[in-house]
Design a binder for this molecule. Structure first.
Ligand code: SF4
Ligand code: SF4
Length: 115
């Protein structure tokens, strides 16, 4: 069972497992401004309501629901999709969490069809 990291045929199946994974969803300054605007909030209110300081105190992360999934994940998917953070837009092309192969719905499908 060889893990696949080849994304040549990657096609997101919208399983949203990545939005349930543990870890920070870090925000750039531009992300923060865009999401606040999208939500018709001022930056302070958005920051206060939906973000927290990362442990290394170098930036902000979105908060999570009590079950650990991203605060903006809904049954229909990401509720801020048009302005989702760069970290989310870059996944899985520019970075992947360590459990990607066994968590991402697409990657799991690739694995089982190769077995
Ligand atoms: S912001 Fe949207 S895409 Fe990013 S983790 Fe949250 S729900 Fe998922
Ligand atoms: S876990 Fe993979 S297939 Fe599922 S939504 Fe995220 S990127 Fe798409």
């Amino acid at each position: 069972m060889k893990p696949t990291t080849d994304l040549t045929n990657f096609q997101c199946i919208q399983c949203h497992a990545c939005c349930k994974e543990k870890g920070y969803v870090r925000l750039t300054t531009q992300d923060t401004i865009a999401i606040a605007e999208f939500m018709n909030m001022d930056v302070w209110t958005f920051t206060d309501s939906f973000t927290r300081l990362t442990h290394d105190r170098t930036g902000l992360s979105l908060t999570e629901k009590p079950n650990g999934e991203c605060i903006f994940l809904t049954e229909k998917g990401c509720s801020i999709n048009p302005v989702k953070p760069a970290q989310c837009k870059d996944f899985p092309w520019k970075w992947r969490f360590s459990s990607f192969e066994r968590t991402c719905g697409w990657a799991k499908g690739q694995r089982s069809s190769a077995e």
